[in-house]
Design a protein around this ligand. Sequence first.
Ligand SMILES: Nc1ncnc2c1ncn2[C@@H]1O[C@H](COP(=O)(O)OP(=O)(O)OP(=O)(O)O)[C@@H](O)[C@H]1O
Ligand SMILES: [Mn+2]
Length: 548
Amino acid sequence: MGLWMMFRRRWRVMLWIVFFVVIFLNALFVIDITIVNKFSGSKPSNTIAREASHLQVVRKRLNKSSSNSSSLNYIDWDPTDGAFDPAKANLNSRKRLINKEIKDRTMQAMQEENFKDEDVEDDNINIQNLDQVYGARANYSIPEVEEFVNKFQAKYQSSKYSVVSEEKYIVFLKRINALRKKGSRLPAYKHNKGSLAWERFHYGIHQYYLYDPDDVNIDGVLKDLAGNEITSVEQKEGGTQIKLIMTFENEAEALFKPMRFSREQETLPDHFYFADFERHNAEIAAFHLDKVLGFHRVPPTVGRLMNISSDIQRVADKKLAKTFFISPVGNLCFHGVCSYYCDSSHPICGHPMMVEGSLAAFLPPNDMAGRKTWRSPWKRSYSKHKKAYWEVYDDLCAKVKDKHPYNEGRRLLDVLDMSVFDFLTGNLDRHHYETFRDFGNDTFIIHLDNGRAFGKSKYDCISCLAPVRQCCMIRLSTLTKLVKFYIGPDSLSQVMRESLKSDPLNPILVEPHLDALDRRVSKILHVVNGCLKNGSSWNDVIIDDGVT
Ligand SMILES: Nc1ncnc2c1ncn2[C@@H]1O[C@H](COP(=O)(O)OP(=O)(O)OP(=O)(O)O)[C@@H](O)[C@H]1O
Ligand SMILES: [Mn+2]
């Protein structure tokens, strides 16, 4: 009764008390969630949304890169899509297991102090400094590789693949290049020789190579791209980063990738391979390396110092022209329009007008010679949280070998060559490759897009060699070249240093990246020798398919 009387008298006060209690409880609830999040490491939902959208962009980028290419028929197969695995019902639980295993392993590695950005298999190689001044072995001799190389030399001493330490690399390469098959010409060019260097480049494309290194027109193309007046510039659609299509006074066309930062700047340790900026010097260096290896599968690429005002802004199309601005310190900049890095926080700036870039000669247009885009069987996951099948299991190759077009002809060995190439350059971004449709499947593969190579000079991407390690196969002519670089007299770094001198923007690679090439030569031979040591026979590992 007393309580009731008190409530009647003080009901307003009581209501205020209830109101404050409700507010207090709500506040407790919110604080509690924040504290739990802080200690459990889970992220606020806006971060999750941001990350999801980042991944979407990466996916969109990959989709675009396929639709963006001249290919209409996009070949895509996923090693984990069940096509390989008859026990499809087990797939999801297997996938879950893979993810759990990776998560556990990552957590364990992070807990151990020595978590580093390196592949595990790479750790126990015994690299020595020999008292030799020649080849990769001078600084990167590996005892088992020494043995292997001796065996190799003895085995092929009287064959066309002989390797002797007295022969200069240039002479050796000429000898091997001379064995090369040409195959047919692109049908559209049979009666269309043209007269300008870039027309002759298109005319010179053959079934088994993109260009003939002795064709003087290739130097002509490089010279033209480096010096001719630019008459129009538009943005190449698609992709995450800005690239421009430049047209020249003689109607040649090239793909321009601008310099983003200095050659000394290495990939930031916290950046994933798919978030790394592209490097113009990597595109140039890749062209030279491909040529030095006698592959001839990368379009002619040259460096050029551009005047942003007169070379680009003056001739830019409307859409691009709108993105030019003067930075706070008075430099002329632009950012273009694209899905990820095209805004004023990622500008391309001159100093105050000049900026370096790479120019890759355009391949023939789609209506003259269409191309097909193929997904690399050893494509990475392009995810921060997941690994691709082959990164966890070693049995992908057996499945690839059974699958068209890898089950016949040169294709598998070409993919293995590309793996060697990407290991040497440190390019983890090999999601697709292309071929000319007219040549069917009996043709070389084109190595476009090398912009994410040469990012880490101290790190060797052993997983880039997974195709070679898992298939335990390599083309004899490619192996011969690597053995040659191992024994000298010229090392790969020396040959590359020499080759890159012809580029107007030389030095293209700083010394640590050149040095890394020699170290990586030794490591490839170590992987090949590992296959033999594990019981594979010489002829199963080292394949002479007649392609040089
Ligand atoms: N020299 C060339 N001639 C003709 N087309 C080319 C040439 N180089 C590249 N392309 C086409 O342009 C597309 C994009 O080029 P590239 O892959 O180098 O740019 P990117 O910004 O790295 O693209 P992505 O972000 O999709 O990886 C390629 O897939 C290819 O089809
Ligand atoms: Mn790319």
